[in-house]
Design a protein around this ligand. Structure first.
Ligand code: SAH
Ligand code: SF4
Ligand code: F3S
Length: 468
C-alpha cells in the first residue's frame, strides 16, 4: 500500500518540458502561441484539473481559446459518472474528424475519468484514429512531457499511470473565473458507493496539507476572489492519514478566518460523517455560506444499505434538523438517484417522503446508470426505464412545488448578493449567500462585486429583485 499523503513538487523534468515546448510549438504551428481549447465534462474535480492543464499550456506559450474551430490543440476532459456523459464524449469526438482532416497539425487529446477505464480508453483509441493522445487522471502532472512526446514523435499514445497516492503541488493553474474560484482540498474517494465509478477512476483519498490550502486561499483572496469553494468528493474525511490533527471543520474555519471580504463554501459532504462540529463552524462564521450540499441519494433504508452509504433516513434527518436549528437562512441541496436496481414503488415513496420532510432548495436528480465494474451493475433489475422516468417526473413535480414555496417566502427580504454574470440585456444573475439565483437589473460593470438587494418576486427556482 503506497503512502497516502505523500506530497511532492511538480518534478523539475516537467518544468523542462514546459520550457522546451516553445520550440516544438513554433516548429509545428509557425507560432509560439498556438491556440488551445479545453472542454470539461463532469464535476468540479474535472474543472479543477482542467485549470491545471490550462495553467501548463499557458506557461508553455499557448493562448487559451473558447473557439474549438480555430484551435490548434483540442482537449476533452471527460466524465464517466453516467452513461449519458460518456455518450456525449463519443459524439463530440466523432464530430472532430472533419476538423482534423482540414487541419492535420491539430492535436486532439482526451483525458479525465473515462480514460481511467481500460475498455473505454481502448475503444476511443481504436474508434478515433485521429486522437493523438489519451491520458488518465493519475498522470495530469506529466502533461508537459506527454504533449512534448506526442508532438515530437507523432506517435499515438495511451498513458494511464498508477494511483501512487501522491499529490503534486506547484502545478501552474489558470483559473476560469476572476472572482469565483475552486480550491481542491483533497483528491480521490474511498467510499465505494455501489453505483459509483468515481473511486475506480480517481483513486484513493488523499488530502492536501492544510498550510498549502490556506496559503492558496490567501493568495486567491489577495487576487480579488470573492467566493472560494473548497472541493473534495467527501470533504468530511479530509485529513485522514495526514501527519496533522487538522480535520475539515478546522480547515474550513482557518480559511474563513483569513482577513478579507469573501464568501466561503465547500462541496461535497457525505452524510455518514457530517459532524455537529462542522455545522457549528458554519453557524459561527459569517463568511461561510449558509448552504449545505448533502447528497441523500435515496429515502429507503433498504436501498441505502444496498448503495453502501453507511447512514439511514433517521440519521440523515437528524443532521438536517441540527443544521436547521443552528444555521440561520440555511439552504439545503442534495443529489438523488431514482431507479437503483430493484427499487420498488415503496422504496421510491421513501424518497418522496424525505424530500417533503427536508424541504430542499433544489435537487440534482439522476436516473440510475449502470457502470461497468461497480457492484450495483451486477444486481438484477426488473424495472424498466419507463417506470423510472415516470417516478422521476413525480419527484420533479414535488420538488418544483417545494422550491416555489421556499423562494416565495424570500420575497420582501433584503440580502447581500454576489453579482455573477449577465443574464440578458440589462439583467444580471446574482446569487444569495445560500446560493439561490436572483435576477437583478444592472450592467456588466457590476459583475464580480457584492451588492445589497431586495427580493421583489419569486418564480419557482429563481428570485427577482432590485439593487439597493
Ligand atoms: N462525492 C459526491 C458525488 C459525486 S458524483 C457524493 O458522494 O455526494 C455526483 C452524483 O452523481 C452523486 O451524488 C450521485 O447522485 C450521482 N451518481 C453517481 N453515480 C451514478 C450512477 N451510476 N447513476 C446515476 N447517478 C449517479
Ligand atoms: Fe461516488 Fe460515493 Fe465517492 Fe461520492 S462518496 S464519489 S457517490 S463513491
Ligand atoms: Fe465525473 Fe470524474 Fe467527476 S467521473 S463526476 S468528472 S470525478
Amino acid at each position: 500500500m503506497p503512502d497516502r499523503n505523500n506530497t511532492e513538487l511538480l518534478p523539475s523534468e516537467q518544468e523542462d518540458y514546459i520550457n522546451r515546448l516553445g520550440d516544438v510549438l513554433m516548429y509545428r504551428y509557425g507560432t509560439e502561441h498556438p491556440k488551445a481549447f479545453i472542454h470539461t465534462y463532469g464535476c468540479q474535480q474535472n474543472v479543477a484539473d482542467s485549470e491545471k492543464l490550462k495553467g501548463m499550456l499557458e506557461k508553455a506559450g499557448c493562448e487559451l481559446t473558447e473557439d474549438k474551430e480555430s484551435a490548434d490543440i483540442i482537449i476533452f476532459n471527460t466524465c464517466a459518472v453516467r452513461e449519458h456523459a460518456e455518450d456525449r464524449v463519443f459524439g463530440n469526438v466523432g464530430a472532430l474528424k472533419a476538423l482534423k482532416r482540414s487541419r492535420p497539425s491539430l492535436l486532439i487529446a482526451l483525458c479525465g475519468c473515462m480514460m481511467e477505464q481500460e475498455h473505454i480508453a481502448e475503444k476511443i483509441y481504436k474508434s478515433f484514429p485521429y486522437v493523438g493522445l489519451v491520458f488518465g487522471t493519475h498522470v495530469i502532472h506529466r502533461f508537459p512531457e506527454l504533449l512534448y512526446n506526442a508532438m515530437t514523435t507523432g506517435k499515438r499514445r495511451i498513458e494511464r499511470g498508477i494511483d501512487d497516492g501522491k499529490i503534486y503541488e506547484g502545478i501552474p493553474v489558470h483559473r476560469d473565473g476572476s472572482f469565483k474560484g475552486w480550491l481542491p482540498v483533497m483528491y480521490g474517494c474511498d467510499n465505494f458507493c455501489t453505483y459509483c465509478i468515481v473511486p475506480y477512476v480517481r483513486g484513493r483519498e488523499r488530502s492536501r496539507r492544510p498550510e498549502t490550502v490556506i496559503e492558496e486561499a490567501r493568495s486567491m483572496i489577495n487576487a480579488g476572489y470573492k467566493e472560494i469553494t473548497l472541493l473534495g468528493q467527501n470533504v468530511n474525511s479530509y485529513g485522514k492519514g495526514l501527519d496533522s490533527d487538522v480535520r475539515f471543520p478546522q480547515l474550513l474555519k482557518s480559511v474563513a478566518d483569513i482577513e478579507g471580504d469573501f464568501w466561503l463554501s465547500f462541496m461535497t459532504s457525505h452524510p455518514k460523517d457530517a459532524s455537529k462540529e462542522l455545522i457549528d463552524v458554519i453557524a459561527e462564521s459569517p463568511k461561510i455560506s449558509p448552504h449545505l450540499h448533502l447528497p441523500f441519494q435515496n429515502g429507503s433504508d433498504r436501498i441505502l444499505k444496498l448503495m453502501n452509504r453507511h447512514y439511514d433516513v433517521e440519521k440523515y434527518l437528524d443532521i438536517v434538523s441540527y443544521a436547521k436549528s443552528r444555521i440561520k437562512g440555511l439552504e439545503l441541496t442534495s443529489d438523488v438517484i431514482v431507479g437503483f436496481p430493484g427499487e420498488t414503488e415503496e422504496d421510491f415513496q421513501g424518497t418522496l417522503d424525505l424530500i417533503e420532510k427536508v424541504g430542499f432548495t433544489s435537487l440534482f436528480t439522476f436516473i440510475y446508470s449502470p457502470r461497468v465494474g461497480t457492484p450495483a451493475a451486477r444486481l438484477d433489475d426488473p424495472y424498466t426505464h419507463a417506470v423510472k422516468a415516470e417516478r422521476m417526473g413525480r419527484l420533479l413535480k414535488l420538488q418544483e412545488q417545494i422550491s416555489a414555496k421556499r423562494t416565495a417566502a424570500m420575497v420582501g427580504k433584503r440580502m447581500r448578493v454576489l453579482i455573477e454574470e449577465q443574464a440578458r440585456e440589462g439583467i444580471l444573475n446574482a446569487r444569495t449567500h445560500g446560493g439561490v439565483v436572483a435576477e437583478v437589473p444592472g450592467d456588466a460593470s457590476q459583475i464580480g462585486g457584492f451588492a445589497e438587494a431586495e427580493i421583489t418576486e419569486a418564480r419557482n427556482f429563481i428570485l427577482r429583485g432590485k439593487l439597493l
